[in-house]
Design a protein. Structure first.
Lengths: 164, 305
């Protein structure tokens, strides 16, 4: 299981230098709906499930709260991937939030892919409060995919390879 | 359109504008007047009946006038010259509660596509236009394009300008969709790198009517001030997403862009997706707001789980 292993003392020296170029650890931002996915993540913790520490969980009231600009901002500010998780359709605490999110994020994902973003970098999943296992599996899956892709280059001013 | 058609329409437009202003029906007429150079026109705002003869109509009236109605409505009722694009823009602003139908008086004009003053060929935005003639008007100043259309004006590149199929309309989008992701990224990175964020696309767009745009909300800090690829991409993608479900495809953003960004390819990508995924209507055909992202359906397709 690709769990983020704590660095050992020996790994901190020559071995790190040798593998630094290949050992890329992505940063993934996960927007989790307070009513479902956040509880699911909590349950995963209670059950002592282990998943990569690359994921940063950000609690939002509803997947409908996720403004597409959040996704762009996250990528610009150094995240390598963004995951949006909410209640399954029909289970929204606010009745319709995830239905709006579904349309909006589907269209947005297609737009981002149109401009060349890798599909894996922005993903949306429905994870309920009892689906701790699905949360763990999703995080592992997304993390593996983005680790394989490598770091996201947003083209900020220090990213000389893209400014020209 | 032929010279005689253009002259007849110009005369009819001047006469109607003079009458409306003299009667006091409207406070201002928004149309076009001759520019400094041949084949150049510029939007004109006429409030004196004596000045109505400044108005012109012809092959080079490239500006879509809809957005100007908003700026003029404080003076009173605004008469706006409308073709397909202008009238859809007016409908769009009515749907967005920016304008009341009573606040405008629409002078319908036939259109067979406008020409680029620099090259004399049909404007890009007119080649892919689906509605040449006004979809709504108070008075129609000439016969519809189908009747007024004459062979002399038909640009060879325009083909049959009467019916633009979805394939023609989405040609650019389909071409880009077929590219490999890296090529698409390179294409749009090159485009966004050119962007100088003058916001002309926003200014010219009949859908961009927020009182305070997100780029001006400095304290919220959505948009950074740097001109770099990341910020330019942030602006352009957000702009498209904000207007995507309401875009009337008038093409003013792309025409107004001084850096030649492929903005309509982005807009049409949204239009095409919303149409195929959610069966969205073409925006601006009626005064009703049916923006696809403002509603939902229980049975919506899911591409993720």
């Amino acid at each position: 299981m690709p769990v983020n292993e704590a660095p050992t003392a020996s790994a901190a020296t020559a071995a790190t230098a040798a593998t630094a170029a290949t050992a890329f650890e992505p940063t993934i931002l996960a927007f989790c709906c307070h009513w479902c996915t956040y509880s699911g993540a909590d349950l995963a913790g209670l059950n002592r499930m282990s998943y990569p520490a690359n994921v940063r969980v950000l609690r939002v009231p509803c997947s409908g709260r996720v403004n597409p600009q959040f996704v762009l901002t996250a990528l610009n500010k150094g995240c390598d991937g963004v995951l949006v998780c909410g209640c399954h359709p029909g289970d929204c605490h606010y009745v319709s939030g995830n239905y709006f999110a579904r349309r909006r994020l589907m269209a947005f994902k297609r737009l981002l892919e149109f401009t060349g973003l890798e599909p894996e970098r922005f993903q949306v999943r429905w994870i309920s409060g009892s689906e701790a296992g699905k949360f763990r599996d999703t995080v592992i899956e997304v993390c593996d995919q983005i680790r394989a892709l490598g770091p996201y280059r947003s083209g900020v001013s220090d990213d000389v390879s893209l400014n020209g | 359109m032929s010279l005689s058609t253009a002259e007849a329409l110009t005369d009819a437009l001047r006469e109607e504008a003079r009458r409306l202003l003299a009667e006091g029906t409207v406070a201002v007429v928004v149309g076009w007047e001759a520019g400094r150079f041949p084949n150049q026109t510029t939007p004109a705002f006429i409030s004196d009946p004596e000045q109505a003869q400044r108005l012109v109509y012809g092959d080079y009236c490239v500006n879509t006038l809809a957005k100007y109605a908003l700026g003029e409505k404080a003076a009173g009722k605004v008469a706006v010259c409308v073709r397909g694009c202008d009238s859809r823009g007016i409908n769009r602003m009515i749907a967005d509660n920016q304008l009341l139908r009573d606040e405008v008086y629409l002078l319908g004009l036939p259109c067979s596509g406008m020409k680029d003053p620099a090259t004399g060929s049909l404007l890009m935005k007119c080649r892919t236009c689906t509605e040449h003639d006004a979809v709504t008007y108070d008075v129609l100043l000439g016969p519809a394009t189908a009747a007024g259309h004459d062979g002399a004006s038909a640009d060879s590149s325009a083909g049959d300008s009467e019916h633009v199929s979805d394939e023609q309309r989405f040609t650019a989008v389909l071409g880009i969709e077929e590219m490999a992701p890296e090529k698409r990224r390179a294409l749009f990175d090159a485009a966004f790198n050119k962007c100088i964020r003058c916001y002309a696309c926003r200014k010219s767009c009949p859908c961009c009517t927020c009182r305070e745009c997100f780029v001006d909300q400095l304290r919220a800090g959505w948009q950074g001030k740097q001109n770099n690829l990341a910020e330019n991409r942030f602006y352009n993608i957000t702009r498209v997403f904000h207007i995507g479900d309401r875009c009337i495809e008038c093409g003013e953003c792309e025409r107004a862009c001084p850096m030649g960004l492929p903005l309509m390819a982005l807009n049409r990508k949204m239009v095409k997706d919303l149409k195929s995924l959610f069966n969205a209507d073409d925006a601006g055909m009626t005064e009703e707001n049916s923006a696809a992202l403002g509603r939902y359906d229980l049975g919506d397709l899911e591409e993720f789980m």
